[in-house]
Design a protein around this ligand. Sequence first.
Ligand code: 2P0
Length: 335
Amino acid sequence: MIGFPRQVTACAHANIALVKYWGKRDAELNLPAAGSLSLTLAELTTTTSVRFVPGAARDTLTLDGHPAPEPARARLASWLDLVRDRAGSDLHAEVSSVNDFPTASGLASSASAYAAVTVAACAAAGLDLDQRELSLLARRGSGSAARSIFGGFVIMHRGQRDDGGDAFAEALSTAESWPVRMIVAVVGGGAPKAHSSREAMEHCARTSPLHAAWLQTVPRDLAEAQDAVAASDLVALGEVAERSALTMHAAAMASRPPILYWRPETLTCMQTVRVLRAGGVPAYFTIDAGPHVKVLTLDEHAERVARTLREVDGVTEVVRCTPGGPAVVVEEPTS
Ligand code: 2P0
């Protein structure tokens, strides 16, 4: 029971999928149609504060210091109902969230956002949930957020149950003993995208003749990616990551009307990575629902990869990322 107002702040990191999530088996419960596998990144962080306020007429959401657009506020309010149900309370919340990277531009902001608000809201509501329960709850906000509850390499399970009780994420490896790096090349200044990933993946599932074929590729890619993580095999993991991204984008491009995230600079970055590789640098690209290119490599090659991507015309920012930790409370509740 929520007895008094107390603010809790939590932070969570974005994650980049190496085996992509692109399609749902249940939209209401936000159940993925296939599993996925990701790496959480320390340098892309969302920090979120939550306070349940007696007498407040409705939930409020501030994003980077400004009132959020109504659709984002309403989506959060529906999700907060799940927390209220669990806590046995009807108090509305004040939520304030800050990203240290461009929001809604294909840099996975909904993942870190819903992971951070899950940890903060549960603590503010006095709920003591384990990481699996937090992941299940974060998934209801955003599928990729279930993965950002954990650090390092993370697997998201498709699950079989209709109620979604087995559709949660799990940590595979903290990546501490394997110096993997992800170099993020921001293309076109990180402008917000025209359509949310949610709308795009639903449109793709409904209209693309390649969507069913895409889903069939995922189990094998997941198994190979898990083996590659267990063996610290960057070549094997990178090859899976590239083909998963390209197959997902092929399905999206075949939608009617088509969804095409790439810009000319996106292709130049992909080609640059292939040239680096031909020159002996282990580097593999992945691309999400946006034009940006993320490159998996090892620490000893990270500077060279980052420098080469910075030289690509139209690349506006390059961020060198290391594996990040789980979503955590950063300020203890005060009464
Ligand atoms: C991923 N993406 O695996 C894939 C690859 C985008 C491209 O997860 O509807 O914002 O909130 O569950 O999590 C983006 O999808 O979708 C995403 P919802 P979400 O990272």
